[in-house]
Design a protein around this ligand. Structure first.
Ligand SMILES: [Mn+2]
Length: 319
């Protein structure tokens, strides 16, 4: 792999022909925004781009999808956006995994599967990286592009809330708001406030089964297969609930235990402030990031809970 800078990436995008743009599986706001931003950049340059994703793009992003027209053509170049690892291409990996000529990304963990990679780990989102390229190329930012870029930055920063929301992403949001008049508040409402009634009811059930340990500093949600059946939701719908325990006042570590089968459990751990859950999960044979990590544990539910509480207690002591 070859790491390239912003100017080299801009040159490639300017001089290449029609492109296929690959985004990662379980598409989120950043890769959806990035893929569509490249599509609009290519249209502005009189070229074609087609977005490919192994999973369907949710209708939550209908306001982005409405400006996209899918066309069939043979690509001159394969580009990927926000895809840190070729494994994340899902079913597209077999056909395109080793054919990606340009990867544009912001993950420090990018594994260099593409021939050329522009990765800026200081950028909040791939959409932030693309905004800089648009400026280099002098492409006018349209309303459709602004919606994509804003969505990517807002979703990857939890609405400008996480630590990765650097000064530059605030500047870009300000530049967009100053120059392109679209309904940014509506994007935030749709991305962060609006939930299906099923999802809200599921959150209620999850709150009902919350357990508190270590003077309320550790909260646990234990979702057994029985409970899941009672809630009437499948495991996929539980995505994203790991953040829920952290909303409780005084909680430092939020733990979600999901039963996989009779004796094995998938553990997700989130840290509210300074506790390093990557270290805690490492004690339990797992790993991850400082504020979000996980592991797999075996035994009875009570044994698993005890192991977790002991490890979290050690983690709290080290803090
Ligand atoms: Mn991203």
């Amino acid at each position: 792999m070859m790491k390239i800078d912003y100017n080299e990436a801009a040159d490639i995008l300017k001089n290449c022909g029609n492109a296929y743009v690959l985004i990662h599986q379980s598409p989120d706001g950043d890769c959806v925004g990035a893929g569509h931003t490249i599509y609009h950049m290519f249209r502005a340059m009189g070229k074609k781009a087609k977005i490919l994703c192994s999973d369907e793009i949710s209708d939550r992003f209908a306001f982005i999808k409405k400006d996209y027209e899918d066309e069939d053509f043979e690509p001159d170049i394969i580009i990927s956006a926000d895809v840190a690892d070729d494994k994340l291409l899902g079913s597209l990996r077999e056909e395109y995994g080793d054919k990606v000529e340009l990867c544009i990304d912001h993950h420090i963990s990018n594994n260099g599967y593409a021939a050329k990679t522009l990765v800026n780990p200081d950028a909040s989102a791939t959409c932030e990286v693309l905004y800089e390229i648009i400026k280099i190329l002098g492409i006018p930012v349209t309303g459709a592009m602004a919606a994509c870029i804003y969505t990517g930055i807002a979703t990857d920063t939890g609405c400008f809330k996480y630590e990765n929301a650097g000064a530059r992403c605030h500047e870009i949001a300000a530049e967009l708001k100053r120059s392109v008049k679209i309904n940014y508040a509506r994007i935030n409402r749709d991305m962060f406030d609006v939930k299906s009634i099923g999802r809200l009811k599921m959150e209620k059930s999850v709150i009902d089964i919350m357990e508190f340990y270590l003077d309320g500093k550790c909260t646990m949600i234990c979702v057994t297969t029985d409970i899941l059946d009672k809630m009437g939701v499948d495991a996929a719908e539980l995505d994203g609930i790991a953040g829920l325990p952290l909303q409780v006042e005084g909680v430092e570590v939020g733990v979600t235990i999901k039963q996989r089968d009779e004796n094995s459990y998938k553990i997700s751990m989130r840290s509210a402030n300074d506790v390093n859950v990557s270290d805690i999960c490492a004690m339990l044979g797992g790993g991850g990031h400082i504020k979000a990590a996980g592991c797999l544990l075996h035994g009875t539910m009570d044994e698993v809970k005890k192991q977790i509480v002991d490890a979290v207690a050690k983690g709290l002591e080290q803090c």
